[in-house]
Design a protein around this ligand. Structure first.
Ligand SMILES: Cc1cc2nc3c(=O)[nH]c(=O)nc-3n(C[C@H](O)[C@H](O)[C@H](O)COP(=O)(O)OP(=O)(O)OC[C@H]3O[C@@H](n4cnc5c(N)ncnc54)[C@H](O)[C@@H]3O)c2cc1C
Length: 648
């Protein structure tokens, strides 16, 4: 993984499959009941209300999803409480307080003026959506982690609109190098390693990383060198045949498709998975497939069984040296797999990830809620949640509020108002607005905006989110990492497939950990997928897995995995783990189109997101899903478009 493209380095001709899956979408009702029994919604203006400091199961936490799942299952309205009219009326109600919803409020106020009244309704206990801040305490020290959206980065250059917002927020992207201790880990002799687990590879072994994989999200490592390759070949618990295959994979200069033009080769590679390409075209052993299986998890949340060989070529995975492809992107390539120099230079990581962007947006919208005046000082600024929903404020953010229905008051073509119904603290409440932007996940929209045309609902429903776990573990010290000489480990067969020391960034008075004796946040990443199924089905199955796993199980897996990797370096989970926050994102990345499963993407015809995001009456549609692109710039761009589409 290169220093700038950190996420990059860290499904058979099925067209639109919305609603067509034979796979179950539901988690057993008794599980919802158990979760709901645990619900404790705290008022956001209660003294001490401060979600970033919560640990345990975060991300889509208990209390955030039950109402919406009841709506989905057709079980909400039968026993719904009588709606209470709040009497509130707004110029704009925004559903979803992620970066797209917050950016929509920002754009709307710029157009409509400071007097415009905006309400943002968010089902989680915090604003920011995927851009989630995790705070930890080690003695007197506060340490930060990113619970989701990690950094300003995108495979394509930020648009003028998205860049404009970043600049208005005071974020000086080119200044990033002065905040990151780029050489810290390298200077201590730490480098990326691979952990082979005995269940997958026959023996537990921590080995030099010669595959230059996505296991190291620190962005600080060099590509594997010759010494790493030597060590890897010596130490990896792979068969002699697999080791031979591996060397051949890195070096072979053969054209596997003689007689075909570059375009013909790309067309073929676009329709075959990298896993099949390795075995069927290159004759690689299954061990090699297992080794690379989780390589694309950080980007797509699926393994190489569901990533096209053409995309693997774009990601510079091995095996394409001899087939001489023209460097131009091929038809149907995923945008994540197309290198762009300008985009690669545009990178900025705050210690809490893009939660800092969300916080800066909130500060712009509701200055009283977050003190300070610069992009740097927001890092340590403590948000005052009691100020988020004050009647006197032009913009109000109401958390713990799940929107369950949005409808026009009259014929959508001519109505002057919409009514928005939301469920909070056991009550069903309504507000009115001249306009409504749905900046929430697209799969939710068909259930809450039932007036939409069926074709649009189907397109919205096809945006199956990519389920992910972003786990942060506060540990007492990282001497075991130092002893074992690693800052990041790729674990292709384990529960979490990436384990990384925090990216060392000091900014705005926040000091990253620089000494191995000091506490640090370790970031672990898991993509919940089921190899062998089409991507959308893998996402559905993974979502069920994430929702139905208890914190105790997550915790056990975390402790066991850290012990197995770092135990020989002296790591003792019972002694060394101080706190754990599991950010569960069953609805994670926006689904990005994939030449293996989305024929329209190969054909260049209208995509589902183009149908999904059409305005309807007084409703406009934002969210990163609206661009089928899992990046913050998309969330901002789509918010901008949605605001332009609102009826005057
Ligand atoms: C783990 C993870 C890591 C990521 N890392 C990066 C990264 O490094 N860089 C990058 O650019 N992008 C990253 N992304 C992509 C990320 O999705 C976008 O950058 C951006 O944060 C998305 O913003 P959004 O507002 O479109 O969606 P979201 O952040 O998902 O916000 C939508 C909000 O709507 C809410 N909502 C849903 N239904 C309802 C309802 N019925 N009522 C009320 N509210 C509702 C949701 O709970 C959510 O809070 C990452 C995503 C994930 C999941």
């Amino acid at each position: 993984m290169g220093a700038k493209i950190t996420r990059r380095d860290f499904l058979n001709g099925v067209a639109l499959t919305a609603g067509a899956s034979v796979l179950p979408n539901l988690v057993p009702p008794e599980m919802w009941a158990a979760a709901a029994a645990d619900l404790q919604t705290e008022a956001q203006d209660a003294p001490g209300y401060y979600p970033p400091a919560k640990t345990g199961l975060r991300g889509s936490h208990v209390g955030s999803f039950e109402a919406m799942h009841k709506v989905r299952d057709g079980a909400f309205w039968d026993d719904a409480p009588k709606p209470v009219d709040t009497g509130e009326s707004y110029d704009l109600v925004i559903v979803g307080g992620g970066i797209s919803g917050l950016a929509a409020a920002h754009f709307f106020r710029k157009t409509a003026g400071d007097k415009a009244r905006v309400l943002i309704l968010e089902n989680h206990d915090d604003f920011g959506g995927h851009a989630k801040r995790n705070e930890f305490r080690a003695g007197n020290r506060m340490l930060l982690g990113f619970g989701g959206t990690y950094s300003i980065e995108s495979p394509s250059p930020y648009s003028a609109v998205a860049k404009g917002v970043i600049e208005e927020l005071g974020i000086d992207v080119p200044s990033y190098p002065k905040y990151v201790s780029k050489d810290l880990y390298r200077s201590l002799g730490l480098k990326p390693r691979i952990f082979f687990d005995k269940e997958t590879f026959g023996a537990d072994a921590l080995v030099a990383n010669a595959v230059h994989t996505g296991g190291d999200e620190s962005g600080l490592s060099d590509d594997a060198g010759a010494a790493d390759l030597r060590d890897f070949l010596k130490d990896a618990p792979l068969s002699a045949k697999a080791k031979e295959d591996f060397q051949r994979l890195l070096t072979e200069q053969k054209d596997y498709f003689p007689g075909l033009s570059s375009d013909e080769k790309k067309a073929r590679l676009a329709r075959v998975s990298y896993a099949k390409y390795l075995t069927d075209t290159l004759g690689m052993s299954e061990e090699i497939v297992k080794l690379f299986q989780a390589f694309p998890h950080p980007l797509f949340g699926v393994g190489i069984d569901a990533v096209a060989a053409q995309d693997a070529w774009g990601l510079e995975m091995p095996g394409f040296k001899g087939i001489k492809l023209d460097p131009a992107p091929g038809k149907g390539m995923n945008r994540d797999c197309i290198r762009n120099d300008e985009a690669e230079k545009y990178f900025f990581h705050f210690p809490d990830g893009n939660a800092s962007i969300a916080r800066l947006l909130v500060r712009k919208l509701i200055p009283a809620a977050i003190p300070g005046s610069s992009a740097a000082d927001v890092v340590l600024a403590k948000a005052d949640y009691s100020k988020l929903d004050e009647p006197s404020s032009g913009v109000r953010i109401r958390v713990n509020s799940t929107v369950v229905k949005v409808n026009h008051l009259g014929d959508p073509a001519s109505a002057k108002e919409v009514e928005v119904s939301y469920f909070t603290e056991g009550k069903l409440k309504t507000v009115r607005a001249a306009n409504c932007i749905l900046a929430c996940w697209h799969v939710v929209i068909p259930y809450i905006a039932q007036e939409l045309p069926d074709a649009q609902k189907e397109a919205l429903a096809s945006a199956q989110k990519v389920p992910l776990l972003y786990t942060n573990v506060l540990i007492r010290n990282w001497s075991a990492f130092q002893k074992l000489g690693t800052s990041g480990v790729y674990c292709p067969g384990m529960y979490h497939t990436g384990v990384n020391l925090d990216l060392p960034v000091s900014i705005g008075g926040y000091e990253c950990t620089k000494k191995p004796d000091d506490p640090i946040v370790v970031h672990m990443m898991k993509a919940a997928c089921k190899p062998g199924y089409p991507a959308r089905d893998q996402h559905r199955l993974g979502r069920i897995q994430l929702y139905s796993t208890t914190f105790e199980t997550y915790e056990r897996n975390i402790r066991e995995q850290l012990l197995r990797i770092f135990g020989t370096g002296g790591f003792d989970p019972a002694r060394d783990i101080l706190e754990i926050t599991v950010n569960r994102w069953p609805h994670g990345y926006a689904y990005e189109y994939n030449s293996l499963f989305d024929q329209f993407w190969l054909d260049g015809t209208e995509t589902p997101c183009q149908v999904a995001r059409k305005p309807f009456g007084r409703l406009a549609i934002a969210n990163a899903d609206a661009g089928a692109y899992a990046y913050t710039d998309c969330a901002i761009d789509q918010a901008y478009r949605a605001v332009q589409e609102l009826k005057k």
